[in-house]
Design a protein around this ligand. Structure first.
Ligand SMILES: [Zn+2]
Length: 152
C-alpha cells in the first residue's frame, strides 16, 4: 500500500431522467432524493399524509418548502393537470364510447371523469408539487459540490 493518494477519479453517474423524476416525485435538484416520506400517497387519505414531506432532500440537502406559502402556486399546476386529464379522458371516451347529442353518453363521461379526477386527487396533488418546484429548482449535476437553491 502506497501512502500517496491516488488521483481522484471523477465518475459522473448517469443523470436520472427528467420526466421520470417528476412522476416518481424525486428532488428537482439531484433527482435522487424522494420528495415525500411515504412513496404511496393513497396509504392514508389525509392531507397530513399526502403532503408529508421531509424538510430537506436527504441526498442533496435542497430545502423543499422554499418560503412560507411556497406551495400556494401549485393550485395553478393542479388546475392545469385536471384540465389536461379531462381532455384526455374526453378523447378516450369519444374514441371508445362515442359522443352523441341523442343520448346521455356525454353525461356519463362527465361522471366518469369526475370520479377519475377525485380518485387520482392524492397523486395529482403530489404531482403538482413535483412539477411546481421544478420552475424554481433546476437539476444540478454537481449537486454534491454546490449550494442548494435558496430564496432570499
Ligand atoms: Zn436532492
Amino acid at each position: 500500500m502506497s501512502n500517496i493518494a491516488e488521483p481522484k477519479k471523477i465518475v459522473t453517474p448517469p443523470t436520472p431522467n427528467y420526466i421520470w423524476s417528476i412522476l416518481s416525485m424525486h428532488c428537482p435538484r439531484c433527482r435522487r432524493g424522494p420528495m415525500f416520506k411515504d412513496a404511496n400517497p393513497f396509504r392514508k387519505l389525509t392531507l397530513g399524509h399526502i403532503f408529508d414531506m421531509p424538510d430537506r432532500c436527504a441526498v442533496c440537502n435542497q430545502k423543499f418548502d422554499l418560503e412560507p406559502g411556497f406551495w400556494y402556486g401549485t393550485g395553478y399546476v393542479s388546475y392545469g393537470l385536471a384540465v389536461g386529464l379531462s381532455f384526455a379522458t374526453f378523447a378516450l371516451w369519444w374514441l371508445f364510447v362515442g359522443i352523441s347529442v341523442s343520448d346521455n353518453r356525454v353525461f356519463w363521461w362527465l361522471i366518469v371523469n369526475a370520479i377519475t379526477l377525485l380518485a387520482l386527487q392524492p397523486w395529482l396533488m403530489r404531482l403538482s408539487r413535483s412539477i411546481y418546484i421544478r420552475f424554481f429548482v433546476r437539476y444540478d449535476p454537481h449537486y454534491e459540490h454546490t449550494a442548494p437553491v435558496k430564496f432570499d
